[in-house]
Write a protein that binds this ligand. Structure first.
Ligand code: UDP
Ligand code: MN
Length: 292
């Protein structure tokens, strides 16, 4: 009977644990097949580091059916949402990133109310180790932006899905727009007390290390960089814009791309996952489509 009771306790604990983890998810966004490549590498990197949480990806109608099949083999949940666009060409021009209006689509992550807590990660991020401890944080937690540290970077953040928050965000967007034309400006104005209210909501920079920012403070990178947990390939040139030599396993540079040593080693990590795990999936589903 003692064993029986022990078994029961263990089962209860198991159920409780299962409930916990199905209740929380990493969420990313890809509005086209190109960004899906990033989402797939991110999802695979989370799997490689054995996350106990669910993996969810938001997509828009533009994403092809073949790509959806591939996404389903890496993510637990693939959810189609409408594209939202800030349509703010003036501010986006200031940012020199006309394509970022569509990042308003990110706001849909608050509609995933079957989860109690989520961690949003941009499709151009990559985890280097298990980061499940992020779920210990509360909404709204994020890391400082390297360009303006009183702002957070919206590439990695902890949030609680809620239709109330979602509607407030849409209302705020309609009334005030976004100071940079993208989701980051909007979210920083909405969660405007982030900089001062609660230091517990400041994620360490190693949870959202922008690979280009490394060079503005090299000694700090040399000192802290080995602890990096999440790399963010922020900026106009994404990992998938580089060329990669499958034989030598090296990222190649040409006139349009540039990068220094650390940046290149992070890029090589991204490409290792892409070539080893994602390319075979893409090829498999392509063959399946051709034979249909
Ligand atoms: N995104 C997308 N399609 C786009 C542009 C952006 O799906 O055309 C999503 C994707 O998840 C991306 C995030 O929005 O990681 C933010 O955009 P991006 O990473 O390009 O901005 P940055 O981090 O360079 O400021
Ligand atoms: Mn990004």
């Amino acid at each position: 009977t003692v064993i029986c009771i022990l078994q029961q306790i263990l089962r209860r604990f198991g159920d409780w644990f299962l409930f916990l983890v199905t209740d929380q998810a990493f969420v990313t966004l890809a509005t086209d097949d190109v960004y899906c490549q990033g989402a797939l590498v991110l999802g695979q990197s989370l799997r490689n580091h054995t996350t106990s949480r669910k993996l969810a990806v938001l997509i828009t109608p533009e994403v092809s059916s073949g790509m959806r099949s591939v996404l389903r083999s890496v993510f637990d949940e693939v959810t189609e949402v409408d594209a939202l666009d800030s349509a703010d060409s003036v501010r986006l021009a200031l940012l020199q990133r006309p394509e970022l209006g569509v990042t308003f689509t990110k706001l849909h992550c608050w509609t995933l109310t079957h989860y109690s807590k989520c961690v949003f990660m941009d499709a151009d991020t990559l985890v280097l180790c298990n980061v499940d401890e992020l779920f210990d944080r509360e909404e709204f937690s994020a890391a400082p932006d390297s360009g303006w540290p009183d702002c957070f970077n919206s590439g990695v953040f902890v949030f609680r899905p809620s239709l109330k928050t979602y509607n407030l965000l849409l209302q705020f967007a309609a009334e005030h727009g976004s100071f940079d034309g993208g989701d980051q400006g909007l979210l920083n104005s909405f969660f405007s007390n982030w900089a001062t209210a609660d230091i517990g909501k400041h994620l360490p920079f190693i949870y959202n290390l922008s690979s280009s920012a490394v060079y503005s403070y090299v000694p700090a990178f040399n000192h802290f960089g080995r602890d990096t947990k999440v790399v963010h390939f922020l900026g106009a040139t994404k990992p998938w814009n580089y060329k990669y030599n499958l034989q030598t396993k090296r990222v190649m540079q040409d006139g349009t791309t540039s990068g220094s040593f650390h940046q290149l080693s992070f890029l090589a990590l991204w490409w290792n996952i892409y070539s080893a795990s994602i390319l075979p999936l893409l090829e498999k589903f392509q063959k399946m489509e051709e034979s249909e």
